[in-house]
Design a protein around this ligand. Structure first.
Ligand code: PBG
Length: 322
C-alpha cells in the first residue's frame, strides 16, 4: 500500500537538498597517486596500456610530485623498474636504485607530500615472482628477510609509509620488527592485506616488467572466489602491526571492502588497479562512456563501500575535476 505521506523523492528535489543529505563525499584528501620510476634522466614515456601514465626518471618524478602536492593530493605511491635483476631481487634494497633515489629526491623537494613505497620483489627478480624461489616454489620464510631489507632501505631513503604487496605470511611482523629495531618506529605499514590473484593487474605488469616468467601467483595471492579468507588475512595483519589495511583490486571487490570495514577499526584503503583504469580509459577514448562521470561514480562507490583511502591512477584528473 502506497503511504502518500512518505515520499523519498522529496529529498532529491534539487542539487542543494541532495547535497545536504549526501552520505559520502569524495575529496582530494582521499587520494593516492601511483607513479613508476626508472633510471636515466629526462625520461617521460607513456605506458601504452595505461594512457596518461608514464615511466619517469627521478628528475621528472620530482616534477610530478610537486604537481601532486600542489593539487592537494596527500600522498604518492612509488613503484620502480630497477637497472638489474637477479634470483633474489637484490636491486630492491640497492640505495642507488630508482625507487630509493626517487624517495630521497621527492622527500627533499616536497617534504610534506607523504611517500608510500611498495615493497615487493617481482619487479626485481629475474623470474618475476614475489619472493625467493626454492625449486618452483616461493619460499615464504626466506623471502621475509629480503622484504625486510627492501623495506628498511626505503625507510632509510625517507619513505613515510611502507606498503608490502608480496602476500608472504608473516611479512608485516617481519617488517615492523626491522623498522623498530632500526629506529623507524614512526614509519607506517599499509598492508596489502587482501590481495587477490587478479587479471586486473595486467597493464601494471607490462608497465613494471613484473610478470612471472613461469606459472602464476596463485600460491600466494588470494583466490578471487573467497571472502571469509579476506577477514582472516586482515586479522593476521592487524595482529602483526599493520597501521592501514588495503584491499586490492577495488571495483570487483567492494563486497570485501564493506565486510572488512564492518569488522575492523583501522583505516581501510582500496587500490583501483591498472586493469580497472585501462578499461575506463579505453572505453572513454572510444566515446562509449563519459570518463569524468564514470570515474567520480566509481571512486565514490569505493567510499560508500567503506574505503577511507583510494589509490588510483585517476587521482590527478580527479583532483582537477574536484
Ligand atoms: C607488485 C604489485 C602489483 C600491483 C601492485 N604491486 C602487481 C602484481 O601483484 O602482479 C598491481 C597494481 C596495479 O595493477 O595497478 N606485486
Amino acid at each position: 500500500m502506497f503511504n502518500k505521506k512518505i515520499r523519498p523523492r522529496r529529498l532529491r528535489l534539487n542539487e542543494n537538498i541532495r547535497a545536504l543529505v549526501r552520505e559520502n563525499i569524495l575529496t582530494v584528501k582521499d587520494l593516492v597517486y601511483p607513479i613508476f620510476v626508472v633510471a636515466g634522466e629526462n625520461i617521460r614515456e607513456e605506458i601504452p596500456s595505461m594512457p596518461n601514465c608514464y615511466h619517469l626518471s627521478v628528475d621528472n618524478a620530482v616534477e610530478i610530485a610537486k604537481k601532486i602536492s600542489a593539487l592537494g593530493i596527500p600522498a604518492v605511491e612509488i613503484f620502480g623498474l630497477p637497472e638489474y635483476k637477479d634470483e633474489i631481487g637484490s636491486s630492491a634494497w640497492d640505495m642507488s636504485s630508482p625507487v630509493q633515489r626517487a624517495i630521497s629526491a621527492i622527500k627533499k623537494a616536497v617534504p610534506e607530500l607523504l611517500i608510500i613505497s611498495d615493497v615487493c620483489l617481482c619487479q626485481y627478480t629475474s623470474h618475476g615472482h614475489c619472493g625467493k624461489l626454492c625449486g618452483n616454489y616461493v619460499d615464504n620464510d626466506r623471502t621475509l628477510e629480503l622484504l625486510q631489507k627492501a623495506a628498511l632501505s626505503q625507510a632509510q631513503a625517507g619513505a613515510d609509509i611502507i606498503a608490502p604487496s608480496d602476500m608472504m605470511d608473516g611479512r608485516i611482523a617481519a617488517i615492523r620488527e626491522i623498522l623498530d629495531a632500526e629506529n623507524f618506529s614512526n614509519v607506517l605499514i599499509m598492508s596489502y592485506a587482501v590481495k587477490y590473484a587478479s587479471a586486473f593487474y595486467g597493464p601494471f605488469r607490462d608497465a613494471a616488467d613484473s610478470s612471472p616468467k613461469f606459472g602464476d601467483r596463485k600460491q600466494y595471492q588470494m583466490d578471487f572466489a573467497n571472502s571469509r579468507e579476506a577477514l582472516k588475512e586482515v586479522a593476521l595483519d592487524i595482529d602483526e602491526g599493520a597501521d592501514i589495511i588495503m584491499i586490492k583490486p577495488a571495483m570487483a571487490y567492494l563486497d570485501i571492502v564493506t565486510k572488512v570495514r564492518e569488522k575492523i577499526n583501522l583505516p581501510v584503503a582500496v587500490y583501483n588497479v591498472s586493469g580497472e583504469y585501462a578499461m575506463v580509459k579505453a572505453a572513454a577514448k572510444n566515446g562509449w562512456i563519459d570518463e569524468k562521470r564514470i570515474v567520480l561514480e566509481s571512486l565514490t562507490s569505493m567510499k560508500r563501500a567503506g574505503a577511507d583511502i583510494i589509490i588510483t591512477y585517476h587521482a590527478l584528473d580527479v583532483a582537477e575535476w574536484l
